[in-house]
Design a protein around this ligand. Structure first.
Ligand code: BMA
Length: 332
């Protein structure tokens, strides 16, 4: 391995499939996609755009579950192998981390969670309703049993809040994507900084839509992966076609100390909707990554992505291969 994973963990049990014979893509799909079907729970209309992390001797996660009344909620889930998942039938009922937020945090809806371990706990961010408007919810758990909710990070309207897995220059960092009340027809990725996970400021623009495949809007995806080449990020980009939005995803490499500086940005998508489960579902043509697992020893990366707002699939690559590809196809 030529690229080093920094501050990573050994994950000898990472779910993995070798690149299929004849496949030339730098990111390849799991042969058993979708790995999480829409009807895994008796009450689920769809399960998609979800986040997983290593936990105990296996994996745990926070899952977007829309129920058959089309309420959007978050559910905890567990897996021994990262592929076969058991989800709690009950949605996560957040405990208020601070009594003063009880009224402000009255539950409306939650979707598109991300999860990362920082220092001593698993932090969760998601798109959270505040005053019936989307913004970035923040919470944490130690055990995936009790979840605590903090103050929202930002004012509405905002989506795609994604934390960095450690402080940088003594500040917590979060991507977000300021938006509007509907199916936002614009969107750039920003980084905001915080000394305490509560007060967010020092906002920096990171990337704007640039190429045709992402020309309408872009948004952060999984938690950034720290490497010897910089922060490796996967992000989604949206093109507007005559039949609606098309959600693809790609990768970029950001400066380690000033991650609002883009070192390399792949000019092509890495995965776009083309398999039936990506093109057909509740919302056609969506591939939307919210999590990766990365084995620090081998650089193997397993990507979890939502498909057609209906189910969850997996794709694979390695840090070496994807970083080389991004560098060789970069346009910033
Ligand atoms: C975005 C979010 C995602 C969804 C996507 C496509 O605005 O709502 O959850 O996957 O639209 O519908």
């Amino acid at each position: 391995m030529s690229v080093k994973i920094i501050n990573g963990t050994s994950l000898p049990n990472i779910p993995w499939q070798d690149r299929p014979e004849g496949c030339k893509d730098v990111v390849w799909r799991a042969s058993n996609n979708p790995v999480i079907p829409r009807d895994l729970l008796p009450t689920s209309n769809s399960i998609f755009n979800s986040a997983v992390v290593p936990f105990e001797d296996g994996f745990a996660g926070v899952f977007r579950v829309d129920d058959k009344a089309r309420r959007m909620a978050l559910h905890a889930g567990f897996s021994k192998d990262g592929v076969n998942w058991n989800l709690n039938e009950e949605k996560i009922e957040f405990v208020q981390a601070d009594k003063s937020t009880e009224e402000a945090n009255e539950w409306g809806y939650g979707y598109d969670p991300r999860v990362t371990w920082i220092e001593d706990r698993y932090w969760v961010t998601w798109c959270n309703a505040y005053d019936h408007k989307p913004t970035i919810g923040v919470g944490y758990t130690f055990d995936f049993k009790t979840f605590y909710q903090c103050e929202n990070a930002f004012l509405p309207f905002n989506r795609n809040g994604v934390l960095f897995p450690r402080k940088v220059n003594d500040k917590y960092l979060m991507f977000s994507r300021p938006s509007d009340s509907g199916h936002t027809p614009f969107g750039d990725m920003y980084i905001s900084q915080s000394p305490d996970m509560k007060y967010w400021g020092e906002h920096r623009i990171v990337m704007k839509p640039k190429l045709d495949w992402e020309s309408t809007k872009i948004g952060a995806g999984p938690i950034p992966i720290e490497t010897s080449e910089g922060w490796l990020i996967f992000y989604h980009g949206v093109l507007q076609s005559c039949n609606g939005f098309v959600y693809s995803f790609s990768a970029a490499i950001l400066d380690i100390d000033e991650p609002w500086k883009v070192k390399y940005r792949c000019e092509e998508y890495l995965i776009n909707p083309r398999e039936t489960y990506e093109c057909v579902g509740d919302v056609q043509n969506v591939t939307f990554p919210c999590a990766t697992l990365c084995d620090a020893d081998t650089g193997r990366i397993a990507i979890y992505y939502g498909c057609a707002d209906t189910c969850v699939s997996m794709a694979f690559t390695t840090a070496d291969e994807v970083i080389e590809y991004v560098k060789n196809h970069s346009s910033i």
